[in-house]
Design a protein around this ligand. Structure first.
Ligand SMILES: *[C@@H]1O[C@H](CO)[C@@H](O)[C@H](O)[C@H]1NC(C)=O
Length: 258
């Protein structure tokens, strides 16, 4: 063992702190997985994606994001969740940046590639837990040339600036509500809408973080009752004003804790 450089010591200390904080929040344990990166140096190629968030900058998610393999993506139920990821130095000392960690938000699906075996290119095939991370996120934990690295990961609490946002799209009697900038669990278990002239109507997940209903809601102020995956229920009273139009986004002043 040579001398440990101060920078390395700081990095290790950070990792230990990250472990403590995370354990306190999530009480979780680490799982093994693998990670690659995609989408370019500025993460522009990670915009869009199977959660429906579109522009990740404007929707509050930023560039530290990842596409999850099917087993983690869970048909979109994991959209918005946050994961703390560390490169597994013990298994790949040459490819990992030791003593570092990064938190990423699940914003996309990494689709299976059945033409390739799951240990050689088909990283996102079942049953592999795999994170295809944005390059800026990846560069915190892995060496650029590595391509793929073993990781340990666990789900953690999400932190967001400002309140939960609702985007309404659709046509006539079909509303698609995209919920974004969700803190706490980051992901949604269930959601209902109430118009000025209606009772509560249960929404169903259509795709990613988009929830749908088939009701005449045009011209009415809309309230939402939303339960996070962690069980925190919030009511967003009249968060969408009566003058809403398809394509508009409205920001609430409430946020999830868990
Ligand atoms: C992760 O992999 C290591 C090394 O192969 C193993 O010792 C450990 O038990 C695994 N952890 C889990 C949670 O599967």
């Amino acid at each position: 063992m040579g001398r440990i450089r101060p920078a390395t010591m700081v990095a290790r200390l950070f990792a230990v702190l990250a472990l403590c904080v995370t354990s306190a929040v999530a009480g979780g344990s680490w799982s093994n997985g693998t990670a690659t990166f995609y989408g370019g140096k500025d993460a522009s190629g990670t915009m869009g994606g199977a959660c429906g968030y579109g522009n990740l900058y404007t929707q509050g998610y930023g560039v530290y994001n990842a596409a999850l393999s099917s087993v983690l993506f869970n048909d979109g139920a994991s959209c918005g969740q946050c994961y703390l990821v560390m490169c597994d130095v013990s298994r790949a000392p040459a490819w990992c940046k030791a003593g570092t960690a990064v938190t990423v938000t699940a914003t996309n699906l990494c689709p299976p590639n059945w033409a390739l075996p799951n240990d050689n290119g088909g990283w996102c095939n079942n049953p592999r837990p795999h994170f295809d991370m944005s390059q800026p996120a990846w560069e915190n934990i892995g060496i650029y040339r590595a391509g793929i690295v073993p990781i340990v990961y666990q789900q953690v609490k999400c932190w967001r600036q400002g309140g939960v946002r609702f985007s309404v799209s659709g046509f006539n009697y079909f509303e698609l509500v995209l919920i974004t900038n969700v803190a706490g669990s980051g992901s949604i278990r269930s959601m209902s809408v109430r118009g000025t002239n209606t009772g509560w109507i249960t929404l169903t997940r259509n795709w990613g973080a988009n929830w749908q209903c088939n009701s005449a809601l045009v011209g009415q102020a809309l309230s939402f009752e939303v339960t996070s995956t962690g069980g925190h229920r919030l009511r967003f009273e009249n968060v969408v004003p009566a003058w809403w139009e398809f394509g508009m986004t409205f920001t609430s002043n409430q946020q999830f804790d868990y």
